[in-house]
Design a protein around this ligand. Structure first.
Ligand SMILES: *Cc1c(COP(=O)(O)O)cnc(C)c1O
Length: 425
């Protein structure tokens, strides 16, 4: 798609032709001076689906009406609530149903999966991650290394970008895996980097990790619901994600976990709890743990129904929208935003550098803009005009035009606000 013109009329024309256009009206959009704000922070907290309210109310009513019997009598029985989410979640991450379970939250799932899949032995002790991962991941990885009595300073390795570059080259990631070789126990990187918006080559990274005898796991916080992934076919060992970013399931909502089929019957060590026990014999309450033969075997606790009620609504929407169509629209929205930014750079003789890769397969719907010489002042000017973005030190503005509910008109209005902000410099 090229953008020969940038007018409100053309943006509205693209919206009219957008097969996903009706989804916007299914969300509550924050207001600014009496009209819809331009909400480009769905990468931090996705917007509320209108249907979330009724879904929550249903559970409150069933609780009031049935008490404990709601475990079996509720419209969506609480006993097996998580099972209703599996099919939709598996489609989003390209998994078989038995490989996916919705449970806990992101960092807790990361820990549970590391217990199973980070098993340092002999000289094979190192974990490779990306430069500047999200701090929670660094804390989790370092604490797991220390938990095994090893030194995180020595064994947690970050792939660094080349001098003067912001993003990582796939060839450098693969070379680092090769270099660590038989000292490498685990590769654990983000699916999409939270700061730069770079989407990593998960399939190639997985293959290379396996080639040197290491495990490959991914944190899909910024990838799940943002870009199509195929965890099963790519042979990924494990993955985890949250649902409050692109998956619109509300603050702190339930997390997801993926364990590849090949590990399901292998009696992998894990931290166990009663909900991971075979459901056919769970209520015999015997002393011996006999795990579910699926990813559900990693569950420790019973389902967090109120969180899951909203996630159920969200998964239903993703099922209707489809990851492929969302991916196509993401490329169009970010391409349009990119064209506007380049044009304004020329108009105003400024340097707003997009550090997110240009290639569609190397990004989702986030653009990270390095604001040379302008900094937070520019961000504040945009915020005052009703553009919801976020600011990351030292000098990056992140924007995420989300294909589920953002429009081409949103991108146009962002461009107008940016033009005004730069004019008043
Ligand atoms: C958002 C995010 C988290 C947050 O972790 P929670 O356990 O959900 O609070 C962790 N890691 C990454 C990469 C994230 O983007």
């Amino acid at each position: 798609m090229t953008f020969p013109e940038n007018t409100l009329t053309s943006a509205r024309q693209w919206d009219a032709e957008d097969p996903l256009r009706s989804f916007r009206s299914e969300f509550r959009i924050p207001q600014h001076n009496g009209s819809d704000a331009v909400y480009f922070t769905g990468n931090s907290l996705g917007l509320q689906p209108k249907a979330a309210e009724a879904a929550l109310k249903q559970e409150l009513e069933d609780w009031a009406r049935f008490g404990v019997e709601g475990h079996f009598e509720a419209k969506h029985p609480w006993y097996s609530y998580h099972e209703e989410l599996t099919d939709g979640a598996a489609k989003i991450v390209g998994a078989r149903n038995e490989e996916v379970v919705m449970m806990n939250q992101l960092t807790s799932n990361l820990h549970f999966l590391l217990v199973s899949f980070y098993r340092p032995k002999g000289k094979r002790v190192k974990i490779l991650t990306e430069q500047r991962p999200f701090p929670s991941d660094t804390y989790a990885l370092a604490s797991q290394i220390a938990f095994h009595g090893l030194d995180p300073k020595q064994h947690l390795v970050e792939v660094q970008p080349r001098k003067g570059e912001h993003i990582l080259r796939t060839e450098d990631i693969l070379a680092k895996i090769n270099e660590l070789g038989d000292e490498l126990a685990l590769v654990l990187i983000g699916g999409v980097q939270f700061y730069t918006g770079q989407a990593f080559a998960l399939e190639a990274i997985t293959a290379k990790a396996h080639e040197v005898g290491a495990i490959a796991g991914f944190d899909l916080a910024h990838a799940a619901g943002n870009m199509p992934v195929q965890l099963h076919d790519w042979n990924v060992d494990f993955a985890c994600w949250c649902t409050y970013k692109y998956l619109n399931s509300g603050p702190g909502s339930v997390g997801g976990a993926f364990v590849h089929q090949k590990h399901l019957k292998a009696n992998v060590p894990r931290f166990a709890g009663w909900w991971g026990h075979d459901k056919n014999t769970r209520f015999r309450m015997g002393p011996e743990f006999s795990p579910m033969p699926t990813a559900e075997g990693w569950q420790v606790s019973n389902a967090a129904v109120f969180n899951m009620a909203i996630h159920r609504v969200s998964l239903e929407q993703f099922g209707r929208a489809g990851m492929q169509r969302l991916g196509t629209k993401a490329v169009q929205l970010t391409g349009y935003a990119e064209a506007i930014i380049h044009w304004l750079n020329g108009e105003h003789k400024v340097n707003l550098e997009i550090i997110t890769p240009m290639e569609p397969e190397q990004r989702g719907c986030q653009l990270s803009i390095f604001a040379h010489g302008m900094g937070k002042d520019l961000f504040d000017k945009l915020t005052k005009q009703g553009i919801s973005l976020d600011w990351r030190e030292p000098n990056v503005i992140r924007m995420a035009p989300v294909p589920m509910y953002n429009s081409f008109e949103d991108v146009f209005r962002f461009g107008e606000a940016l033009n005004v902000s730069l004019s008043k410099k």
